[in-house]
Write a new protein. Sequence first.
Length: 400
Amino acid sequence: MNVPFSPVITSLLETDLYKFTMWQAMLHRHPATQARYEFLCRNQTAYPMAELAEEVEAQLNHLCSLHFSQEELDYLSQLRYLKSDFIDFLSLFRFQRRFIRVETDGERLIIIAEGPQVHVMGFEIFVLAIVNELYFRRFDPLTLLTEGRQRLADKIQRLKHFGQEKQEIFSFDVSDFGLRRRYSAAWHDEVIGTLARQVPEFFKGTSNVYLARKHNLVPIGTMAHEYFQSFQAFGSVRLRDFQKAAMEDWVQEYRGDLGIALTDTVGMQAFLNDFDLYFAKLFDGLRHDSGDPYWWGDLAIEHYRKLRIDPKSKRLVFSDGLTIDSAIALYRYFGSRIQVGFGIGTSLTNDMGTQPLNIVMKLVSCNGASTAKLSDSAGKTMCDDETFLAYLRQVFNHYQ
């Protein structure tokens, strides 16, 4: 029996905000860059991912038929950091099907986006959302949604109970970062709407631009690893200086907006070596995405103190595999020493009683040269070029 086609993505707004902010920076400053992104599933699955290939193809065909509506462009133009020429570019933009392909290798699903970076960088979040939803459509929705709603209710009760406790100096702010690994679009919408209604004092925003617009929330995000990684391959930048070059371009592009810097492209220690007084004053704070968060936060606070910057004037955003409970614990530890924020992903949007997918779609090369992330957590590196990895580790003294 043929199942009617049901699109996973219905709006090009349904991506993470940092895709737009990185996109604008690359369009303005490195428009000729060629890039390659590869999909990877890191965990065991209930059935072979290769079985999804045909359905993924159909969803990508649909994705490439979409365009931004005038209402969506008007919404984006209200974000003061997005410039009018970028909005004009988006008004003409269409994803090009020839820049993305789907293959299989045994039980593996292979998805590769390759071409001009400003035309392929946007595929990532859509691909991850598509694969997730197609994968979970084969599970019993009644069972999963019943469990998911109960778990969401428990989280809300935990937050309400926490709200009755003594608070630290700074506020406890939670945002949704769960688009890329969500159970489904409809469930994501339900989660966001429920949190916004029931715990507005804690729930402050979402990375999902479409849902931010729909629910009148603040869209949250600045930059991802791909932004920093791209600078590893630019011929005009020494590898040793790629982080400083990336931050300098960002500062010049946004002039004080979007001031949270991601720290773990080559590890926190190497980042802080480049995050001198100049950048520490220009950026509002830092985002944690790998390694022990307590070690990382203490290191960040000490770095600000060494630079004679009051840590209480800065902000730390935690976003690595958080739950409500782990976020509260981090808040208790840091919330009177520095401003804090918490981006919670899978625990909000795919806590359904079954194992979520651990899938990524990472930048692996730019302009024909390898790129890599050397995070503060083992197992997150995604690069097949061992020579480049060894060189990168040597340059930044990163041997984890």
